[in-house]
Design a protein around this ligand. Structure first.
Ligand code: HPA
Length: 276
């Protein structure tokens, strides 16, 4: 049973690392370097954890780290799983269940995203205020299938998925860092892995998208199923308004993420210091 798989993975991790994390971190494309800041980290490759999938994407290391960040016990995924890798959404989101079972009550999830809002610039950050789950609305929702009430209800609400207090905290931290531009907007998940056409991007803009990416939403849905508090942060790695003349490449996404490393670390560290 799925619940037993989650328990097995949790127990295995606890046998490596006797630490009860408070915050779960998912480090998105190119943002995994933050893992280096985790103190006294115990690092567990995904292949050593039962039922974990493997990271197949460049820029996603594929290990779980447990340690402290600004004194806060954390568990961090350095590398995540995506729908486009061919994994079922149960596998994409199993680590979120496991991190919750380890004790994490807060999920801080990050990603690289395209800036659909024309005001945004590559290198800016965006807090997720809300999301549009395009695959989810169309039938790829991680909660499809039998519901296990031990995790949460059959029909969980998502109206307030992104915690208002955590967003306020993030904005307060950003205000003390003039080198950091932090927007707040709507993230739309697409399945990928092909990037969007111009017409698709104009469609996404029309429906209220500020940033577009290929991850995060399944993890957030599962976290909210379990009533975790969620903070989502996108790094805008490229403009995706539909009017671009240059073609976007994954390497470019990783380069911009690498250049944003120090600012991302400052933001997350500040958030950790203020988390209650
Ligand atoms: N589209 C989809 N996903 C992305 C993009 C994009 O432009 N940039 C980074 N992830």
């Amino acid at each position: 049973m799925f619940y037993d798989q989650v328990l097995q993975a949790t127990k295995q991790i606890q046998s490596y690392a006797p630490l009860t994390p408070k915050v779960a971190l998912i480090l998105g494309s190119g943002l995994g370097d933050l893992a280096r800041d985790i103190e006294h980290a115990i690092s567990i490759p995904y292949e050593d954890i039962p039922h974990f999938a493997r990271s197949t994407v460049v820029g996603h290391a594929g290990r779980l780290l447990l340690g402290k960040l600004e004194g806060v016990p954390v568990v961090a995924m350095q590398g995540r799983f995506h729908l486009y890798e061919g994994y079922p959404l149960s596998a994409v989101t199993l680590p979120v269940r496991v991190m919750y079972m380890l004790g994490a009550q807060v999920l801080l999830v990050s990603n690289a995203a395209g800036g659909v809002n024309p005001v945004y610039r590559a290198g800016d950050f965006m807090l997720l205020r809300d999301h549009i789950a395009l695959p989810g609305l169309a039938g790829a929702n991680p909660l499809i299938g039998p519901n296990d009430e031990r995790f949460g209800p059959r029909f969980p609400p998502l109206a307030h998925a992104y915690d208002a207090d955590l967003r306020l905290l993030a904005r307060t931290v950003a205000a003390t860092h003039p080198e950091l531009t932090l927007h707040e907007g709507v993230y739309t998940m697409v399945a990928g892995p092909s990037f969007e056409t111009g017409a698709e991007l104009r469609f996404l803009r029309t429906i209220g998208t500020d940033a577009v990416g290929m991850s995060t939403v399944p993890e957030v849905i599962v976290a909210r199923h379990m009533r975790m508090r969620v903070l989502g942060i996108s790094l805008i790695t490229n403009m995706a308004t539909g009017d671009e003349t240059e073609e976007i490449k994954h390497e470019e996404v990783l380069d911009v993420a690498d250049a944003a490393r120090v600012r991302f670390a400052a933001l997350v560290r500040g958030i950790m210091r203020g988390i209650d």
